[in-house]
Design a protein around this ligand. Structure first.
Ligand code: ARG
Length: 603
């Protein structure tokens, strides 16, 4: 109802300015505006919106608030546009104005959305019509080569994907970047270690699997910490790599490829698209970061390392905190790469991506890292005024005991096994239900339903939490048919598909709608909130807002379904109700797809 809301707000401002011409002028002079304070009604009984501004204005100009409310209402009713949209406003209490949208107007909006691919959600347009919109970068997932992809990366993958989907739906060009950790000292250790124990692995593809690789990495790290000679060799190996020595590069590429294949399996299962551009990509630009910071006078030498001292961030004993750009041994840091990446991403073609906004999705443990990097980039003026860089942090994934998520035997949970278990448990639930209902279904059906529910449940459980809090992982809760879960939403869609199968034509072009039940009007109002919710998700980057909305919509639909006959109703009620089923289906489907969740016709 965002557009209707905007129109009403416009008319209200007009009415206010006319009714209080003198005050409006005085307010403008004082740099204030007469704000009508239009907001959603606090109770459905009060209509759709309430206006609280009369009370504030009354205080300001020392007049009785009810009288002011009355003046505003008189002005409003002189507006044809307003009268087309709303019933005559009423005044309540000390001077609140209640506004109710006309039924006709709601029906018109309903029909408009029924025939709109965007379901009422406006597409963005560039301010300057002659120019194309600049891309938005979502930097998400970003696991590290030769290490296991863990639950933190899973959260980043699920949340980042949903944010990217919402932005694309709004019409932005979105670049989904996988900033994998594919460079740095760990490769020196790993290659040195493999040379010792299984040198063939560095020249033969697929000789070792990722599990072994992770294990080798752990052993290499241990050896590095204990053995000085090994340390020396590892450092030399890093230098070889940085200087582009063929043999080392080949080994490095092989190791990356090995991990990449493993990551891809997870992305395929989750239906995630990503463009890999790892840390190594920015290697050629690191020296310039140092050089340019030096030129700008931002770089300070501290115990042999080159760093920028941060403003407003202090370390222990209140000393200013340094962001190390180049270590004393000449090596670069995670932060250096991120600085190079910011420059590349914001610079115009052909020297960069020309993005206007970069969104980084990682756990909140990296908040300090990003605020430091952003600060240095700003001070170096590498972030143009019209561009925005944002860290989108999320909390930890915990087990049901509130501690770090672990397997029963106390090991870290592998993503593949986690997804397998979700699907397996979904399968057990379905088989039990089929048995209870004496239903026969094919293996294919059971496989498809349990995969959709299992994967959907994992994603939804994550997305439906406010991402900034820690979240407790519970298979039982996420797979339940009750509550704010994926199965609950999927089930509402299955009900609608059932109506369709039983002869309810969804896809109607019905023009004369007729509604007479409060339950219908409640559902209509819920349906018309979709655009507002999407705009809010775009603004706050909180997919849980979309989840709550879809849950409320499903609840409202289920009440409608339980109380009001659809197929058995006479015309024109029957077709009118089918229109509500159709739009509910379209919005639920679209909403779930924006969360990266696929849907079912039967379950
Ligand atoms: N590889 C990092 C990690 O596993 C995440 C990278 C996030 N993106 C970035 N541009 N720093 O924690």
């Amino acid at each position: 109802m965002y557009q209707i809301y905007q129109e009403i707000n416009k008319q209200l401002n007009k009415a206010l300015n006319t009714a209080f011409a003198k005050e409006a002028l005085a307010a403008k002079k004082a740099g204030e505006s007469l704000n009508p304070q239009l907001m959603p009604a606090s109770k459905p009984d009060f209509g759709d919106f309430q206006v609280n501004g009369a009370l504030t204005l009354a205080k300001k100009i020392k007049q009785p608030p009810r009288q002011i409310a009355e003046l505003i209402v008189i002005q409003l009713q002189k507006n044809k546009e307003f009268n087309n949209l709303c019933y005559p406003p009423t005044i309540a209490g000390p001077g609140f104005i209640n506004i109710t949208i006309k039924n006709d107007c709601l029906c018109q909006e309903l029909l408009r959305r029924l025939n709109d691919k965007q379901l009422g959600v406006p597409l963005v347009k560039s301010n300057d019509q002659t120019k194309e919109l600049k891309p938005i970068i979502v930097d998400f997932s970003s696991p590290n080569i030769a290490k296991e992809m863990h639950v933190g990366h899973l959260r980043s993958t699920i949340i980042g994907d949903s944010i990217a989907r919402v932005l694309s739906f709004r019409g932005y060009q979105v670049l989904r970047l996988n900033h994998v950790g594919d460079w740095g000292t760990q490769f020196g250790m790993l290659i040195t270690y493999l040379k010792l124990v299984i040198p063939e692995a560095l020249t033969t593809p697929n000789l070792i699997n990722i599990g072994d690789l992770v294990d080798f990495y752990r052993k290499a790290k241990k050896r590095f910490d204990e053995d000085e000679y090994f340390q020396k060799c590892s450092r030399e190996e890093v230098v070889n790599l940085q200087q582009g020595k063929q043999e080392s590069l080949k080994a490095w590429k092989l190791l990356c490829e090995q991990s990449r294949q493993e990551f891809q399996k997870i992305y395929d299962r989750l239906d995630i698209e990503l463009c890999e551009r790892g840390e190594s990509f920015y290697n050629p630009f690191l020296r310039n970061v140092v050089k340019d910071l030096e030129k700008l006078g931002l770089l300070v030498e501290d115990e042999g390392a080159k760093c920028v001292f941060l403003e407003n961030i202090r370390g222990k004993e209140g000393k200013p905190f340094p962001l190390i750009i180049q270590k004393s041994d000449g090596g670069f840091n995670y932060a250096t790469t991120d600085l190079a990446a910011i420059r590349y991403r914001l610079q115009c073609h052909p020297n960069g991506d020309g993005a206007e906004r970069i969104i980084y999705v990682t756990d909140s443990g990296q908040s300090n890292h990003f605020s430091s990097v952003f600060q240095v980039a700003k001070r170096a003026q590498w972030i143009p005024k019209e561009c925005k860089v944002e860290h989108v942090p999320f909390g930890l994934v915990q087990g049901e005991d509130g501690k770090k998520l672990k397997t029963r035997s106390g090991e870290t949970v592998r993503l593949k096994e986690l997804l397998d278990e979700a699907v397996e448990r979904a399968k057990i639930d379905i088989e039990k239900r089929l048995h209870e209902e004496s239903r026969e279904e094919t293996e294919d059906f059971i496989h498809n339903v349990s995969t959709t529910i299992g994967i959907g449940a994992v994603k939804y459980a994550d997305l439906s939490q406010n991402r900034t809090t820690n979240y407790q992982f519970s298979f039982d809760r996420m797979l339940s048919l009750q509550g704010n879960t994926a199965p609950y939403l999927l089930y509402a869609l299955v009900r609608i598909a059932g109506i369709n199968r039983k002869g309810g034509n969804l896809g109607t072009t019905e023009k004369s709608l007729k509604y007479n039940q409060p339950g219908e009007w409640r559902l209509i109002r819920e349906l018309l909130k979709f655009d507002e919710v999407i705009l809010a998700v775009e603004e706050e980057l909180l997919p849980n807002r979309l989840c709550s909305y879809l849950f409320e919509l499903s609840q409202e639909f289920n009440r409608f379904y339980d109380q009001i006959p659809v197929l058995k109703a006479k015309e024109p009620e029957r077709s009118s109700r089918l229109v509500l089923c159709q739009l509910t289906r379209d919005i639920l489907k679209k909403g779930l797809s924006l969360l990266g969740i696929s849907t079912l016709e039967r379950m």
